[in-house]
Design a protein. Structure first.
Length: 189
């Protein structure tokens, strides 16, 4: 169970990230400084750096949190559920959380520095997801197969997100995700 200190730290990080997103929407990512974010949160620049190493992390932290939740959700799924179905169910359940991070996704896609950093974060998250799939009770997945499934699921999620952004947010993301998962369904047993 998380202690009070951990919960408080997560709450402050979430508040900082939200304030940063407001400023990024108003001013643009490159035009917003760490000083601006810290001032909006009523703290010093030094205090900001206790929570985030860079201003990019204020955006990408949302991605990290989603990844951590996905890993937790994979571990909570039934042990007899096939890995691909497990991934589809977990990502579909995460749809609401993903949707609430739509502003962050738009910002990441439109900012070259964030897009590059995001790719590195996604690789780390995929590795954690592959490990979670292999660690499920009764799993016989080889590392290659787990990595392949995690990567394919990431591709399905990315394609659904891009299509959703192309439609201006009007398409049903859950339906797009289901279509992508159906198209990429592996032949692995």
């Amino acid at each position: 169970m998380d202690g009070l200190r951990d919960r408080t730290r997560r709450a402050v990080r979430a508040d900082l990230a939200e304030r940063a997103m407001v400023l990024f929407r108003e001013r643009g990512f490159d035009e917003t400084t760490v000083d601006d974010i810290a001032r909006a949160a009523g703290m010093s620049k030094r205090s900001f750096f206790r929570y985030f190493a860079t201003k990019e992390d204020a955006v990408l932290g949302l991605v990290d949190e989603l990844g951590e939740r996905v890993v937790e959700d994979i571990r909570a799924r039934p042990a007899d559920e096939p890995p691909w179905e497990c991934l589809r169910q977990v990502l579909r359940q995460s749809e609401e959380r993903i949707r609430t991070s739509a502003d962050a996704l738009r910002l990441i896609e439109s900012t070259p520095a964030l897009r590059a950093a995001h790719h590195g974060k996604r690789d780390q998250t995929r590795a954690l997801i592959a490990t979670a799939l292999r660690d499920r009770p009764g799993s016989t997945l080889a590392p290659f197969a787990a990595d392949l499934l995690a990567t394919a699921a990431g591709a399905a999620l990315d394609a659904a997100a891009r299509e959703w952004l192309r439609t201006g947010g009007t398409a049903d993301r859950a339906h797009l995700l289901d279509q992508a998962f159906a198209a990429l369904r592996p032949k692995l047993a």
